[in-house]
Design a protein around this ligand. Structure first.
Ligand code: 5AD
Ligand code: SF4
Length: 480
C-alpha cells in the first residue's frame, strides 16, 4: 500500500479567517520540469466537474496546465491515465455523488495500477472529507484544493516519481494567480473570473470556507483577458464571482463592478453576462449600466433564498423581503425585457409553514422566469448546522414540491409570453440526433430550439417563437 504524504490538511478556523490586506496578483510563469514532460508524454487525462461555473472555469485551468505539460485529453474516463474529480460542497447530495464515483473508479486502478486518481475542488476543502478519503478510499492518489491548482504539476510529479499518495489541501484566504494556461471548453462563450472567494458568510453556506477571502482581479488583467476573447471571435462573456457586485471593493483603487461592466462592453463583445449577484449591494449605478448598454444581457440571477424576514435574518442575508422587492421593482422599471431568476432554499432550520408561505408570496410577487430550488442541507462547521432543527424531512419535501409548482407556474407564464416574439439567439450547437435542429440561448437566457443550417453555430440569429415549454421554446429562423 502506497504511503501517504500529508503536506496540508484543511482547517475550518483558518478557512474562516479574514483580514483587510489587499491581495496583490502574482504573475506566474508555469515551468514544466523535464521529468514532468516525460511523465506527460503518451499519457491522457479526464476531468469530471461537479457544481457551479467557478468549478467549470477551474476545470479549464486544470486542463490548460495538463496540456501545457504534454498530457492529452482522453475521450472517456475509462481510457484516462490521470482522472480528476473536481468537486462541489454546497449540498450533501453533490458530495454523495462524488463518493459513489470514487467507489466506481476503483476498477480503473485494478485494471491499470499506473492510473492516477486525483480529487480537488470545494468538497476537499473540508477536513472531515479529507479524513474519510484518506482512510477509506485508498484508490485515491492525490488530493489538492481550490488554492493550489497552480501547483498541480509538482504534486503529480511527486505521486508518479515517489509512488506516494499526496494530500495538499490548505485552508487560507487565497491568492490571485495570473497567467495560468487554460483550455476553454467552448468556442463562442467564455467565463471570465473577476474575483474569487466570498466574505458574506451566509449562515448555511460553505463557500466562504472553501474558496477563501473575497479578492478581485485587477481591472486591467480582466480587460486584457476579455479583449483577447473578443479578438478570438468569442460572442459572449460571462463575468464570474460568488458576488460580482463586490468587485473592486478590496482593491481600494476606485474599481467597481459597474465600471468594469462598462469597460468590457466597450471592447465590442456581442453579449455580456454576469453571475452571481447578491441583492444586498446591487447599486443603482449597476442597474443604469445594464439598462444603458444593449450588449449587456437583460438577465439577472438574483438569489432570494427566502421570502421571510426572520429566516433571511437567520440566514445572514442582510436584506428584508421589502428591500428585495424594491430592488426588483427598480430593475424591472429600468431594464426592458428583464428576465429574473433566483435560488431558493426551503426547510432552513425551524422554518414554519407560515414563514415558508412568505417564500411562495415572493415568487408570486417577482414572477421569476426560473428558479433553482433546494432543500436546506446542513454543512459541517457553518453556523446554521449548529441550529437545532424541528422540521421533519417529510415536511421539507412537501414544501419543496409546493414551491416547485409555484415556480413552474410563473416560468410557464413567462415562457408563454415569448410566443410570437422574435428573439436573438446565439447558436450553441446542433442536436446529436438531427444536425439541422439547432439550439442556443436568447438574450433573456431562454433555451431556444429551431431548424437551421449547422453553419450557423457560433452566430447570433433571429428566431420567431411559436411554441413554449417549461425550460425551452421552439421557433423558426427569421431572415434579416
Ligand atoms: N443547503 C441548501 N442549499 C444551499 N445553497 C447554498 N448552501 C446551501 C445549503 N447548505 C444554495 C443557495 C445558493 C446556491 C448556489 O446553493 O441557494 O444560492
Ligand atoms: Fe454562499 Fe452567501 Fe457567499 Fe453566496 S453570498 S457564496 S450563498 S456565503
Amino acid at each position: 500500500m502506497a504511503q501517504c504524504k500529508v503536506v496540508h490538511k484543511p482547517e475550518m478556523k483558518e478557512a474562516a479567517r479574514r483580514n483587510k490586506d489587499v491581495i496583490n496578483a502574482t504573475y506566474k510563469n508555469l515551468v514544466v520540469s523535464d521529468k514532468m514532460k516525460d511523465i506527460a508524454k503518451n499519457r491522457t487525462y479526464f476531468i469530471r466537474t461537479y457544481g457551479c461555473q467557478a468549478n467549470i472555469r477551474d476545470e479549464e485551468t486544470i486542463a490548460g496546465i495538463l496540456e501545457y505539460a504534454g498530457f492529452k485529453k482522453a475521450n472517456q474516463i475509462q481510457d484516462a491515465n490521470v482522472v480528476i474529480l473536481n468537486t462541489c460542497a454546497v449540498r450533501e447530495n453533490a458530495e454523495d455523488k462524488v463518493f459513489g464515483e470514487i467507489g466506481a473508479l476503483k476498477s480503473l486502478k485494478t485494471k491499470d495500477s499506473d492510473c492516477v486518481i486525483a480529487i480537488c475542488g470545494c468538497m476537499i476543502q473540508q477536513k472531515h472529507i479529507v479524513d474519510i478519503i484518506q482512510d477509506k478510499y485508498r484508490q485515491v492518489d492525490l488530493l489538492f484544493g481550490t488554492h493550489n491548482i497552480d501547483n498541480l504539476l509538482n504534486l503529480l510529479e511527486e505521486v508518479y516519481e515517489k509512488k506516494v499518495r499526496v494530500i495538499d489541501v490548505e485552508s487560507k484566504m487565497g491568492e490571485v494567480i495570473e497567467n495560468m494556461p487554460s483550455l476553454r471548453l467552448e468556442k463562442y462563450k467564455a467565463f471570465v473570473n473577476i474575483m474569487y472567494g466570498c466574505d458574506k458568510f451566509c449562515t448555511y453556506c460553505i463557500v466562504p470556507y472553501t474558496r477563501g477571502k473575497e479578492r478581485s482581479r485587477k481591472m486591467e488583467d480582466i480587460l486584457k483577458e476579455c479583449e483577447d476573447l473578443v479578438n478570438k471571435g468569442y460572442q459572449e462573456i460571462t463575468l464570474l464571482g460568488q458576488n460580482v457586485n463586490a468587485y473592486g471593493k478590496d482593491l481600494h483603487d476606485g474599481s467597481s463592478f459597474a465600471q468594469l461592466m462598462e469597460n468590457v462592453t466597450k471592447l465590442g463583445i456581442s453579449r455580456l453576462r454576469f453571475t452571481t449577484s447578491h441583492p444586498w449591494d446591487f447599486t443603482d449605478e449597476m442597474i443604469d449600466i445594464i439598462a444603458k448598454y444593449d450588449n449587456i444581457m437583460p438577465a439577472i440571477h438574483l438569489p432570494v433564498q427566502s421570502g421571510n424576514d426572520e429566516i433571511l435574518r437567520l440566514m445572514g442575508r442582510r436584506y428584508t423581503s421589502k428591500q428585495y422587492k424594491e430592488l426588483v421593482d427598480k430593475m424591472k422599471a429600468k431594464i426592458p425585457n428583464l428576465a429574473l431568476t433566483t435560488d431558493i432554499i426551503v426547510g432552513f432550520p425551524n422554518e414554519t409553514y407560515e414563514q415558508f408561505q412568505d417564500t411562495l408570496k415572493m415568487v408570486e410577487y417577482v414572477q421569476y422566469d426560473g428558479a433553482f430550488t433546494f432543500i436546506y442541507s446542513p454543512r459541517v462547521g457553518t453556523p446554521a448546522a449548529k441550529m437545532n432543527d424541528n422540521v421533519t424531512d417529510e415536511e421539507k419535501h412537501k414544501r419543496f414540491d409546493e414551491l416547485v409548482k409555484v415556480v413552474e407556474k410563473y416560468a410557464t407564464i413567462k415562457a408563454n409570453a415569448l410566443v410570437g416574439k422574435t428573439l436573438k439567439v446565439l447558436v450553441d450547437g446542433a442536436s446529436k440526433k438531427n444536425k439541422n435542429v439547432l439550439s442556443g440561448y436568447s438574450e433573456e437566457n431562454k433555451l431556444v430550439h429551431f431548424v437551421g443550417d449547422p453553419s450557423l453555430v457560433g452566430k447570433i440569429v433571429k428566431v420567431k417563437i411559436k411554441e413554449s415549454h417549461l425550460y425551452s421554446v421552439i421557433g423558426d429562423l427569421v431572415d434579416d
